[in-house]
Design a protein around this ligand. Structure first.
Ligand SMILES: CC(C)(COP(=O)(O)OP(=O)(O)OC[C@H]1O[C@@H](n2cnc3c(N)ncnc32)[C@H](O)[C@@H]1OP(=O)(O)O)[C@@H](O)C(=O)NCCC(=O)NCCS
Length: 129
């Protein structure tokens, strides 16, 4: 397995349409849904970098700058920020294309997700051997 991080992909790790089931009591999209998507997008990128069992150890600096609405198309761009021995940190940027104005795409939030590669006993193991 290569010991260097692959360059970022220009394509989103995942793209998803927000549905009525994803809303909070205000009718906008529940932040927890987006956190889950960030975790998934980061996982996709982690697996592209190095195939492992991973667990999420930390998610940092999540600040929502814009609301997200039903019918918006979210694109989650993920790139590997740094690798340690057993940890791999992925930066995720979330952009929303508005259902009511497809010409408009806004940056919603960004976050860093750190995974730890684990062995069959759940113990940390090297990302790159
Ligand atoms: C992940 C887990 C296996 C790590 O076990 P541990 O014995 O604490 O491991 P270590 O102290 O050796 O740390 C492992 C790596 O995590 C990194 N790490 C530890 N705490 C961290 C934190 N708060 N943020 C970022 N990285 C962290 C360490 O720097 C180390 O990285 P490195 O090997 O690249 O230097 C263990 O904490 C665990 O199972 N946590 C639960 C994970 C989980 O279930 N997540 C899903 C959500 S519930």
């Amino acid at each position: 397995m290569s010991k260097t991080l692959k360059p970022a992909s220009p394509e989103p790790a995942i793209r998803v349409v927000m549905m009525p089931r994803d809303t909070n009591a205000e009718g906008t999209i529940f932040g927890g849904v987006i956190l889950s998507l960030i975790d998934q997008a980061a996982y996709v990128e982690a697996m592209r970098q190095a195939h492992h069992r991973y667990v999420t150890i930390a998610m940092r600096e999540v600040e929502f700058h814009q609301p997200v609405f039903v019918g918006d198309v979210l694109s989650l761009y993920a790139n590997a920020a740094r690798v340690g021995r057993s940890s791999l940190t992925i930066h995720v940027r979330v952009a929303a294309r508005r259902r009511l104005d497809p010409e408009q795409t806004v940056n919603v939030t960004a976050a860093e997700v750190t995974f730890v590669a684990v062995d069959e006993h759940g113990k940390p193991c090297p990302v790159f051997t």
